[in-house]
Ligand binder design. Structure first.
Ligand SMILES: *[C@@H]1O[C@H](CO)[C@@H](O)[C@H](O)[C@H]1NC(C)=O
Length: 208
């Protein structure tokens, strides 16, 4: 019985991780400036400042996920990181640590560079802008697709770190791991008891 439970748990565990096998992730961790002196480097270039959306924990309901299509191109000498898109990160807590993740399907091979910047004017503001640079990363015999890569569908996720260490969205996974570890420990001790019983019995049989 114990063996079956353990097998089931392992199976559930594998199922849980299957989605990550088909998706790629890039992430950046940053602290929100809490004074003009801690402002992040501002390299916002007006001509290429293409804001595609907003993420904000301060909205109601809070907006922590942005599903969108990002333009991309093959890297060139003038644009080695492809095409830049910007996301406004609004209403963040000054001084708090956040993580932004970008996820895309493995069927649309791409590379992304993420960076976080303060707005141009140097008045203090806890709003920042996320820059996403996207290139296509594939080879195909289809000339159309080699000439002009199609936009890539992505999920952009904003996550606050609790106590500065644990991303809020991972809390459930954390609890799950604790529960699985507990059950595994219990199952393990049962197996040891069981082995004990057999060996003792075996010894007795030998003696008898
Ligand atoms: C190339 O890809 C485009 C876009 O997916 C498609 O419309 C077109 O039919 C493809 N051409 C060939 C020759 O497969």
């Amino acid at each position: 019985m114990v063996g079956l439970d353990a097998f089931f748990l392992l199976f559930a565990w594998l199922l849980l991780w299957t989605p990550s096998a088909n998706a790629n992730t890039e992430k950046i961790i940053f602290s929100v400036p809490d004074s003009p002196n801690s402002a992040l480097e501002s390299v916002i270039d007006g001509s290429k400042f293409n804001v595609i959306g907003l993420l904000s924990p301060a909205e109601s309901p809070e907006k922590l996920l942005l599903r969108t299509e990002l333009p991309r191109e093959f890297p060139s000498e003038s644009a080695p990181h492809g095409i830049d898109s910007w996301v406004h990160l609004k209403g963040l807590k000054p001084g708090a640590r956040y993580e932004v993740r970008i996820c895309w399907a493995a069927t649309t091979p791409s590379d992304f560079w993420l960076s976080v910047h303060s707005p141009h004017d140097h008045k203090y503001n806890s709003d920042v802008y996320l820059k996403i640079s996207a290139i296509a990363d594939y080879y195909t015999t289809n000339a159309t697709l080699m000439d002009r890569p199609e936009p890539v569908l992505v999920d952009i996720i904003l996550d606050e770190f609790l106590l500065g260490v644990l991303p809020r969205s991972l809390l459930n996974v954390g609890l799950f791991i604790v529960v699985v570890a507990g059950v595994a420990w219990y199952a393990g001790s049962k197996v040891v008891q069981w082995l004990d019983v057999i060996t003792t019995k075996g010894l007795k049989d030998k003696v008898a």
